[in-house]
Design a binder for this molecule. Structure first.
Ligand SMILES: Nc1ncnc2c1ncn2[C@@H]1O[C@H](COP(=O)(O)OP(=O)(O)OP(=O)(O)O)[C@@H](O)[C@H]1O
Ligand SMILES: [Mg+2]
Length: 459
């Protein structure tokens, strides 16, 4: 089975609360400025690459972004994703120490979700390298029903406020994606960003940039999201025709599916047939499994990939049987629903109750003191995919088997030597008095390169 690099980009929410209970005078924008203070002082910009090969970034506004280094294993990717959480959380901790030193009552919270309290949406994007084919566009279109329905496995759950009373729904992003349809000229447009920017050899590769996922707290949900999508990309590269499940109205379907936690809702296909999300997922899952079996790819899978492609089918079985509880340690939307629902029935609350909203935010809060999902993970109530050691290793170290290893070494050496340098996904540039020495890394798979060895000697 051919190798593939993947990366995850996570935008975080920032909220502030006070230790006194008084209203906070610190806006999320102020919080973001404080977070990036050190980075701006050091590099004069809010865009920086780290020794683990990843990128920290602050766009206008208040959503810090972590773009993980390129990973060629799902385990590395999950470790990188969690490392990103810990890196930003340590920046938040430092900013909070600053607030305390200034005698300010405000404290910043880092939230890994997709909707803030004002209803603004922000994203979690997936990046997959795929080998260039002329029919890329049509092929990606055939995946739209997969992306619309995978929320039943990978949704992060959400309390949706609406006239007539709030309800719990499966995905945070589903309602936001609706807006995207107005500008959609093809089916896949609101789901897959088609800007042709491969960050690699343009003759050979494309980068598929998926914008329709929820940020996941559960490592298992993250791993499942990437492992299932990867299976379908392998099929596309191999030229397999996908099951014809084209939806009549994808953006309407994504909402209808999200709104029904019983998973019984059917959506209309272009051919007039009606299908549940689970049925559509099963058709993709079975087609993928058949293809892997035919090609002998199962033998190539590492343990994490193997566990996740098996889980794909198992989880669909459990969901079809209505046995949601057996997935409550794996899937975010179910784990979160169980906690909120227990609290809700105990207190006789409606979904509009602000205490439930606070509890929902706590699930996504990354601070060790307030974070619910992170503490569930420590207690084994959410199953992790990688060890804590692996996550801590990923804070400072790039994946060893991709181009990120070269970037990480260069960033490490140049910062240590206090040299001026510039880096992006493809370029390593050492700035010198008489210009710059640049190495272009066109091969995302290659962790070794003589030119980089030479560049490092100049540092
Ligand atoms: N050749 C590649 N194929 C697939 N993914 C890649 C490749 N090169 C880099 N990536 C991943 O793509 C992501 C790029 O993130 P980044 O936020 O910088 O880009 P972007 O989303 O295109 O830009 P922006 O967020 O500024 O609009 C990273 O997670 C990175 O690991
Ligand atoms: Mg980005």
């Amino acid at each position: 089975m051919p190798k593939r690099v993947m990366g995850v980009e996570t935008e975080y929410g920032l909220t502030t609360a006070t230790t006194t209970g008084a209203p906070s005078s610190l806006t999320p924008e102020d919080a973001a400025q404080r977070l990036f203070k050190r980075i701006v002082e050091w590099g004069r910009s809010t865009n920086t690459f780290l020794t683990n090969g990843s990128r920290l970034y602050l766009d206008v506004g208040a959503h810090p972004e972590f773009a993980s280094a390129e990973c060629d294993s799902i385990a590395d990717l999950v470790a990188m994703d969690r490392a990103g959480d810990l890196i930003f959380q340590s920046m938040v901790d430092e900013a909070n120490r600053g607030l305390e030193a200034e005698d300010m009552p405000e404290r910043i919270h880092l939230i890994k979700n997709n909707v803030d309290s004002a209803g603004n949406s922000f994203g979690c994007h997936e990046n997959y390298l795929i080998r260039r084919r002329r029919d890329f566009r049509a092929r990606v279109d055939s995946l739209v029903p997969f992306f619309i329905t995978r929320q039943v496995l990978t949704g992060a759950g959400h309390i949706r406020k609406q006239p007539g009373g709030a309800v719990y729904e499966i995905s945070q992003r589903a309602d936001q994606m609706w807006d995207a349809i107005s500008s959609a000229s093809t089916r896949s447009r609101p789901i897959v960003n088609t800007r042709d920017e491969p960050h690699g050899d343009i003759e050979k590769y494309r980068r598929m940039h998926v914008i329709v996922g929820d940020s996941n707290m559960s490592q298992t949900s993250t791993a499942l999201k990437f492992a299932t999508t990867e299976m379908l990309l392998v099929m596309i590269e191999d030229g397999v025709i996908m099951p014809d499940l084209k939806l009549q109205d994808p953006m309407r379907s994504i909402r209808e599916i999200s709104h029904d936690v019983s998973l019984k809702t059917t959506v209309e296909l272009e051919n007039g047939r009606m299908r549940t999300a689970l049925q559509i997922q099963r058709e993709f899952a079975e087609a993928a499994h058949n293809h892997y079996e035919r090609q002998g790819y199962f033998a190539d899978l590492d343990d994490t990939r193997s566990a996740m492609v098996t889980l794909w089918i198992e989880a669909l079985d459990r969901l079809e049987e209505g046995d949601l509880d057996s997935l409550s340690t794996k899937l975010d939307w179910i784990a979160k629903h169980n906690i909120l629902e227990r609290y809700r029935t105990k207190g006789g609350l409606t979904w509009d109750d602000p205490r439930l909203t606070r509890l929902e935010f706590a699930y996504h809060d990354l601070s060790p003191a307030a974070g619910l999902a992170t503490s569930m993970e420590k207690q084994g109530l959410l199953e992790s995919v990688v060890t804590e050691e692996a996550v801590h290793h990923a804070i400072d170290n790039p994946p060893a088997t991709t181009r990120a290893a070269l970037r990480g070494r260069f960033v490490g050496a140049a910062s240590e030597a206090r040299r001026d340098f510039m880096v992006d996904w493809m370029n390593l540039r050492l700035l010198e008095a008489d210009g710059a020495r640049t190495v272009i890394l066109k091969d995302p798979f290659s962790p070794v390169d003589e030119r980089v060895d030479e560049l490092l000697e100049q540092v």
